[in-house]
Design a protein around this ligand. Structure first.
Ligand code: AOF
Ligand code: ZN
Length: 380
């Protein structure tokens, strides 16, 4: 059989298993600390007329360790010998808190590794593939690389730009308003898109809101999907002058869900002590010399250094406008609800028509009466 034909037959199978691995990697996105959420499927094709079968699967554990390959190899045991491993990221090559995954794959006798995204970590960055090849393993890199990269975009942004990846989510009424000033929480979207929003929350390291949103809505900012209470992201509240009180829900629940306030160094020390007593942590921020508001690039750099790889900015209007105008949004989620708010409403800093012109549409869905749009913004 000519080689070309073998490739033509094999490629769809590689893509199919990689697609499955990418879906599996989504399971722990946002919950693996500074580590990316990676998945590994170990597949045997014994050429005995049966379909290839998955004999081991693993996803990077919550918190970041053990790595996906370790979990999958443990499940496969002896069946890994001669099998193909599908890995959504180049397997690591370094002795970190665990031995290198590439070495483990070689030792287990895996015959071939198909990988998707490249790893920019200087301890890996090609060395993983090299270690495999030197160990006699065939390597097919780059299969569905772009799709896999999307599952680790926060990790990649932190490496490339020294800041966390940033998603902004905004619910808009049909007439382009995000709420009513002084009117408390307005229900713009329905239960199906709200559940989707909670899933998006679970996939980010922290939710970011301004003090205004906390004071007006007194939100919980957690993941309330059944069985996923432990997937709540941290909360970061931009409150440079410490306006929020320890009575707010976010402070009251700070011992259950890590809660951080970004405040100026000279903010009211008594208020700081009260919040700290409730379990709130602090990150110092500085003022932007022009606007007097929180200087976002510096804050984001500090948050990346603290270990945040992805942030979900949820509001309100001013915070959203500052992130957008500073070009600090990588992904934009706009959910258009079925209601109209009218004259009393606060206009959204970006509408769907403008977003469609400016950004690349990644996903469009209808959830009940709501329309869901997801964009990749320039610079992402
Ligand atoms: C893998 N499989 O599942 C993940 C990998 O601190 P350590 O020792 O856990 O290493 C962290 C690095 O490991 C991280 O920067 C990235 O390069 C890689 N992540 N590698 O082989 C995995 N999560
Ligand atoms: Zn590893």
């Amino acid at each position: 059989m000519p080689d070309a034909l073998v490739f033509a037959l094999e490629e769809p199978q590689d893509r199919r298993f990689m697609q499955a691995a990418i879906r599996y990697a989504m399971r722990h996105v946002g919950r693996t600390g500074t580590n990316p959420s990676v998945a590994t499927l170990i597949v045997r094709d014994d050429g005995d007329g049966r379909w290839p079968r998955i004999v081991g699967r693993g996803v990077t554990a919550l918190g970041g360790r053990p790595h996906a390959e370790t979990v999958a190899l443990a499940e496969a045991g002896e069946l890994a010998r001669g099998a193909t491993a599908y890995v959504t990221l180049e397997p690591c090559a370094h002795h970190g808190r665990t031995p290198p995954c590439s070495e483990a794959l070689v030792r287990a006798g895996v015959a071939r590794v198909v990988s998707a995204a490249a790893d920019p970590d200087p301890r890996v960055d090609g060395k993983g593939h090299r270690m495999l090849i030197e160990g006699g393993v065939a390597v097919t890199p780059g299969v569905l690389a772009a799709e896999a990269a999307r599952t680790i975009d926060g990790y990649l942004t932190r490496h490339r730009r020294g800041r966390p990846g940033i998603t902004m989510k905004m619910a808009l009424s049909r007439d382009g308003k995000i709420g009513v000033r002084g009117g408390g929480q307005v229900k713009i979207t329905g239960p199906v898109s709200n559940a989707q929003t909670h899933l998006v929350r679970a996939r980010h390291g922290a939710i970011v809101v301004g003090a205004g949103t906390v004071l007006e809505d007194d939100p919980r900012l957690d993941c309330r999907l059944p069985g996923m209470a432990d997937r709540s992201p941290a909360r970061i509240i931009l409150d440079p002058n410490l306006r929020i009180s320890p009575q707010m829900t976010v402070a009251q629940t700070a011992r259950a869900v890590p809660t951080m306030v970004a405040a100026f160094e000279d903010a009211d020390p008594a208020r700081r002590a009260e919040l700290a007593a409730a379990g709130v942590a602090f990150v110092a921020c500085v003022a932007d010399p022009d606007s007097g508001r929180v200087a976002l690039p510096e804050l984001l750099e500090d948050l990346a250094a603290t270990g945040f790889t992805s942030l979900l900015v949820e509001g309100g209007a001013e915070i959203a406008a500052s992130f957008l105008s500073a070009g600090l949004v990588d992904r934009l989620i706009l959910i258009e609800g079925a209601i109209e708010i009218g004259e009393a409403g606060v206009a959204a800093p970006v509408d769907i028509a403008t977003a469609r012109e400016r950004y690349q549409l990644l996903r469009q869905d209808v959830f009940g009466g709501d329309r869901w749009f997801e964009f990749a913004c320039e610079g992402a």
